[in-house]
Write a protein that binds this ligand. Structure first.
Ligand SMILES: CCCCCCCCCCCCCCCC(=O)SCCNC(=O)CCNC(=O)[C@H](O)C(C)(C)COP(=O)(O)OP(=O)(O)OC[C@H]1O[C@@H](n2cnc3c(N)ncnc32)[C@H](O)[C@@H]1OP(=O)(O)O
Length: 155
């Protein structure tokens, strides 16, 4: 997995689907039956995804669970790392839910790097409905880590 992860940090062409983080990733892994199967492409300096929440991710009837929305946004940020060129992990994630995200409605999610500060990456994202109206926004702080972050033994 280490080798295939390293291969993801290369130039990616505009508009082409980016590779999933790994096959079982909750956000984008194609082999995770509970996952969101997010498909993300590079868009300029940022990333974009068209995504429809389904009944596996329902909260209140007809409305996507807020945690599911946060999961997808967090995972979307993970694709910016391919462009930045370093592994990093979420230290802080905020989501502002302006209006409900509905099940079965196609949304467009966009994310980009606002600024770098040492190991810190300040990220922003938005989610918009079919008419272009923004239903949610997000900010995140990711901290760059070495690959040992993922291999180190922890209790
Ligand atoms: C075999 C496997 C292969 C690899 C396979 C990889 C698979 C990869 C899948 C990826 C998928 C992606 C999907 C989504 C991304 C997740 O889901 S990541 C998972 C969730 N996140 C985590 O588990 C992270 C848990 N937290 C940590 O491990 C540690 O806190 C961190 C993030 C590594 C940082 O710890 P640290 O290195 O001790 O850093 P620390 O000194 O505490 O803070 C670093 C800096 O950030 C600043 N900071 C901290 N908090 C804040 C804040 N809220 N605001 C501003 N600044 C802050 C500090 O002040 C400090 O600043 P400087 O002093 O450096 O200027």
């Amino acid at each position: 997995m280490l080798a295939t992860w390293a291969e993801k940090f290369r130039p990616h062409r505009e508009g082409v689907d980016l590779p999933p983080h790994h096959e079982q990733c909750l956000g984008c892994g194609p082999d995770n039956p509970h996952g969101h199967h997010l498909q993300v492409r590079r868009h300029g300096d940022g990333v974009v995804a068209d995504h429809t929440f389904d009944n596996r991710h329902v909260g209140a009837p007809g409305i996507a669970h807020g945690g599911a929305v946060a999961t997808v946004i967090d995972d979307l940020y993970g694709f910016l790392l391919y462009l930045v060129g370093t592994p990093a992990v979420t230290r802080q994630l905020t989501v502002e839910y302006r209006t409900p995200v509905m099940i079965g409605v196609p949304y467009r999610l966009q994310a980009q790097v606002q600024r770098h500060e040492g190991r810190k990456l300040f990220l922003v994202a938005s989610i918009a409905g079919p008419d272009g109206s923004v239903v949610g926004t997000s900010t995140a702080v990711f901290v760059a880590v070495g690959i040992d972050h993922f291999t180190r033994e922890r209790q």
